[in-house]
Design a protein around this ligand. Structure first.
Ligand SMILES: Nc1nc2c(ncn2[C@@H]2O[C@H](COP(=O)(O)OP(=O)(O)OP(=O)(O)O)[C@@H](O)[C@H]2O)c(=O)[nH]1
Ligand SMILES: [Mg+2]
Length: 220
């Protein structure tokens, strides 16, 4: 049953303790560490890290801000392509890194876009030993596109675990959200490196955010 305000029903997948662990993790300090344009500039791989990937404008930076409760930590914009480096944030004073990645697929043909999508970013995703999971953000209004599938394929080949996160679900009605969710689950069903759970979020309304915090705290 949908809530009258259109918010998704409470996700029952996490226990109260897990939700609390997620809350605590994100209640502490979060600091911008650095922006890396080249792999040599990355910080030492000395702790778990989680990366946020997805098309330009899908809401990666906004989701990091929603998770951390800091509106301007990661720079957001109406202009696709705002994030151009691998931006590192330290969470829980050394517990883990969150990495805000440049978007892919902006104003280019799908195949070409993946090929050109900052080689640095793809090399990072394939080769970072401490990378625990890649969140692949999908705009709930668009669903999983060809460019997303191209990235998933590369991660499958590299055996890097990724999880689909639907964004901007506040823009859809409950029924439409269910359809998008079902389609996303179908899109990942046979993919070897896909985490089998898809999460629905809205940075605007905050829905799904506490569940995502819980999921991240479980990865640490
Ligand atoms: N309605 C709604 N708008 C959102 C949501 N999340 C992000 N947006 C809007 O989407 C636009 C892009 O958000 P960003 O967070 O900058 O997207 P990004 O994926 O980091 O973009 P790049 O860095 O360019 O790849 C901004 O105008 C945000 O306000 C959401 O949950 N709901
Ligand atoms: Mg961004």
């Amino acid at each position: 049953m949908a809530d009258p305000d259109g918010a998704p029903d409470k996700d029952e997948t996490y226990t109260d303790d897990q939700i609390e662990a997620g809350r605590l993790l994100f209640a502490g300090p979060v600091d911008f560490v650095m922006g890396a344009a080249r792999l040599e500039q990355l910080p030492e791989a000395d702790r778990p890290e989680i990366a946020f990937a997805g098309r330009s404008n899908v809401g990666k930076s906004s989701l990091i801000n929603a998770l951390t409760g800091r509106k301007t930590l990661a720079r957001t914009s109406n202009t696709p392509g705002r994030t151009q480096q691998l931006n590192y944030f330290d969470l829980g004073e050394g517990r883990l890194y969150l990495v805000d990645l440049p978007g892919y697929g902006f104003a280019q043909a799908p195949k070409k876009a993946v090929n050109q999508w900052s080689r640095v970013t793809m090399n990072y995703l394939r080769g970072r030993p401490t990378l625990k999971r890649v969140f692949i953000l999908i705009d709930a209004r668009r669903g999983v596109g060809e460019v997303d599938k191209g990235v998933m394929k590369q991660l499958d080949d590299a055996a890097v675990i990724y999880q689909v996160i639907l964004t901007k679900t506040d823009k859809l009605k409950a029924k439409e959200r269910d359809t998008v969710m079902a389609k996303a689950l179908t899109a990942i069903a046979k993919r070897p490196a896909a985490h089998p759970v898809v999460m629905a979020t809205s940075s605007e309304k905050g829905s799904g955010v506490e569940e995502l915090r819980a999921e991240i705290s479980l990865l640490n």
